[in-house]
Write a protein that binds this ligand. Structure first.
Ligand code: MG
Length: 375
């Protein structure tokens, strides 16, 4: 049951290159399938989310993170009458532009590209689906629908939005210039992303031993559920206590988003997705849940993402990206011809590095500099 304010594939604003409809699949379903078959999607399995890929087999990677976002997104979409296939397509593609080595890699590449227009992973995800994937005879990229591309471009600087607007007037850059919102499916994916990483980073953080359940007592959102679980199951410890507390936290966040979004939708009563684009954000946490989620994010920032052990590996990752960037600028022929022969060499280098998995970047770095990772 698709709501009036949902994106309807039959009313899509279309693809950049016109294609005939598929006989059995709707346009968003087709986008989702194209994303799953892309090279960039397969690489997500070897890209760091928080923990470097080789640090353990059980930690989230960009791929499993994206699958969790898609799962949360789909169940919320179904309950809100939004288009599930579109939500899934956006969720599976939202991190395609991420560099190797997580945020450290993105920061380092942005530093390297500062004189050449910078590097931003949301824009890079769009570059992947719009141009960098080479799969089809008639066009570069995956030729996805406007609605999918709109959702992928979660944030965008004014400068980049102006650049996009010049290439595609009234396209995916326009809303950042007129301060509009994207579709509800896109708004939902943003929130599902935040819910997914908050929950799984607690899980990975505790199982890695970098944060403890004792430390988490300072996070009211998590502590509330841990106490609730222990009141019910007094003998429960370890993983099952952790998993059940996280499960309840996620579940309550889902219902919180559902109730507050339903209330906002009722209040504003958008009659179409175009109404949605001119209204304030409607898919949202309640004020209380938003504050609690922010407190959890702050905790994870200080206790996990800036943990000395994490910072040690991120310092090395930054060095790898900086030295790879310098090496390819110096000897473009060390890249494949498709990149070495492009007109804008710094952007070609950034595209090449951004596409790498953690381990390919490490191998290339060792090959070009003779250096290997310190323990
Ligand atoms: Mg994400």
């Amino acid at each position: 049951m698709l709501a009036a304010y949902a994106c309807d594939p039959a009313q899509s604003q279309g693809r950049r290159f016109t294609e005939s409809d598929a006989p059995t699949r709707n346009a968003f379903q087709r986008d989702r399938d194209r994303i799953v078959h892309s090279t960039a999607f397969r690489r997500l399995v070897y890209k760091t989310q928080v923990f470097l890929n080789h640090e353990g087999d059980l930690f989230r990677t960009r791929l499993t993170h994206s699958l969790e976002v898609a799962q949360l997104g789909r169940s919320l979409a179904r309950a809100l009458g939004l288009h599930e296939d579109l939500v899934e397509a956006i969720a599976l593609a939202h991190d395609l532009g991420h560099t190797p080595f997580g945020h450290a890699g993105q920061d380092a590449l942005n530093d390297c590209m500062a004189p050449y227009g910078g590097f931003e992973h949301n824009l890079q995800s769009l570059r992947v689906v719009d141009g960098l994937e080479e799969r089809y005879p008639q066009f570069d990229g995956l030729n996805l629908c406007f609605e999918t591309r709109e959702g992928i471009l979660k944030h965008c600087s004014v400068r980049n939005a102006q650049m996009l607007e010049a290439l595609e007037p009234g396209g995916v850059g326009a809303r950042f210039l007129r301060h509009g919102q994207p579709s509800l499916e896109a708004q939902l994916c943003n929130l599902a992303d935040e819910m997914a990483y908050n929950a799984h980073d607690i899980d990975d953080g505790v199982r890695s031993g970098l944060i403890t359940l004792e430390q988490l007592q300072d996070v009211p959102l998590f502590e509330h559920y841990r106490q609730q679980v222990q009141a019910e199951f007094s003998q429960l410890t370890g993983r099952r206590l952790l998993y059940e507390s996280i499960r309840r936290m996620l579940s309550d966040q889902v219902y919180d988003v559902l109730h507050s979004s339903q209330a906002a939708l009722q209040h504003h009563a958008p009659a179409s997705v175009n109404d949605v684009r001119t209204l304030p954000p409607l898919v949202q946490f309640s004020a209380d849940m938003k504050a609690q989620s922010t407190a959890l994010k702050t905790f994870l920032l200080h206790q996990l993402y800036r943990h000395p052990q994490v910072l040690q590996t991120t310092e090395w990752a930054k060095q790898v990206v900086h030295e790879l960037f310098a090496a390819y600028l110096d000897q473009p022929q060390a890249m494949p011809d498709s990149h070495a022969q492009r007109d804008n060499l710094p952007r070609a280098v950034a595209d090449y590095i951004a596409g790498m998995t953690d381990r390919f970047a490490s191998r290339e770095h060792a090959r070009l500099t003779g250096k290997t990772a310190p323990l």
